[in-house]
Ligand binder design. Structure first.
Ligand SMILES: Cc1ncc(C[n+]2csc(CCOP(=O)(O)OP(=O)(O)O)c2C)c(N)n1
Ligand code: SF4
Length: 297
């Protein structure tokens, strides 16, 4: 995509590019898809693997996604996007159409990471968006490499002490940036201007791949009331749990610095997936967050 993309609300298209999906109410992933398509426009082609977004939009004859979409095998999102981009290059349409790989955190941080790494390594002209609901939600809330420490999932049941997720969330942005690509960033659906600005930058990269990792809260998977999606996304960022960063021109920077972090308990307590944690455990996690911020800033 070439030309400057405006993210001012008055310049955004009124039309929606995803209409009538079967996702849950309050689904953060669909906020991400909706905003992304407002920025990317209808000259976009999507490659999507099995995930909530695909499962809730691919029920023929209804077609909720209004841009051409190719369903990919679960591990093959980035490879499929690369193939589409190669085809468009051959047809001389490389500049007209933005090719997007769109996948959940399981499809990105775990099963699709090899294809993603290959595409980044080759420098393929694709934009990859990982919407991160922090588990394999579509198949029943199994833990993924992006599930945060302390979270209960169906494969890390929190009811039994010591059985919940114990390894830290994979730092996807650093993994991607280590490939030396032109642009990569984290964002959160609760900060729509931040998300859209970063997407606009990612879409304008003309000499290689770009990557956006967007936190997308999930009411049933995280265990909270659906009207709290935006609030929880904000708290994730403001409690310092999910750090908004940008990798550009070979440098990593924090794009939303926090003068004072909100108490971690404010973010954790409304979510059933963290309900088993004791105050001491929350305090220990808060200390870890403080250490992460010291390292990063
Ligand atoms: C090779 C393969 N393994 C497993 C599955 C089953 N499967 C379909 S969707 C899915 C979960 C996807 O999780 P994620 O990528 O995090 O997206 P979300 O469902 O959270 O949107 C799984 C395990 C599959 N379709 N293909
Ligand atoms: S399970 Fe979560 S990610 Fe999937 S459609 Fe429902 S709210 Fe969205």
């Amino acid at each position: 995509m070439s030309g400057v993309i405006s993210v001012r609300p008055k310049d955004l298209p009124f039309d929606e590019s995803v209409v009538g999906h079967l996702g849950c109410s309050g689904c953060g992933a669909f906020v991400a898809v909706r905003l992304a398509l407002k920025i990317l426009g209808d000259q976009t082609m999507l490659a999507i693997p099995a995930c909530c977004v695909l499962a809730t939009t691919c029920f023929y004859p209804q077609v909720p996604l209004k841009v051409p979409t190719l369903m990919t095998a679960f591990p093959a999102t980035a490879a499929t996007a690369s193939g589409i981009a190669a085809g468009l290059r051959h047809l001389g349409k490389k500049k007209e159409i933005t090719v997007v790989g769109l996948a959940g955190d399981g499809g990105t941080a775990d099963i699709g990471i090899q294809a993603l790494s290959g595409a980044l390594d080759r420098g393929d002209q694709i934009l990859y968006i990982c919407y991160d609901n922090e588990a394999y939600m579509n198949t029943g809330v199994q833990r993924s490499g992006a599930t945060p420490k302390g979270a209960r999932t169906t494969t890390t049941p929190g009811g039994q002490r010591g059985m919940w997720e114990s390894s830290p969330k994979k730092d996807l942005l650093s993994i991607v940036a280590a490939h030396g690509i032109p642009y990569a960033a984290t964002s959160c659906i609760s900060f729509p201007q931040d998300f859209m600005q970063k997407l606009a930058k990612a879409a304008q990269v003309e000499d290689g791949p770009s990557f956006i990792h967007v936190l997308a809260p999930c009411p049933p998977g995280w265990g909270y009331a659906s009207e709290k999606t935006i609030e929880l996304g904000k708290l994730a960022v403001e409690a310092g749990v999910f750090i908004l960063r940008e990798w550009e021109n070979g440098e990593m920077k924090v794009t939303r610095k926090l003068r004072k972090r909100k108490p971690l308990a404010e973010y954790l307590k409304p979510q059933a997936r963290f309900r088993h944690l004791t105050d001491e455990e929350i305090k220990a996690m808060e200390e870890e967050i403080a250490r992460a911020w010291e390292t990063i800033s």
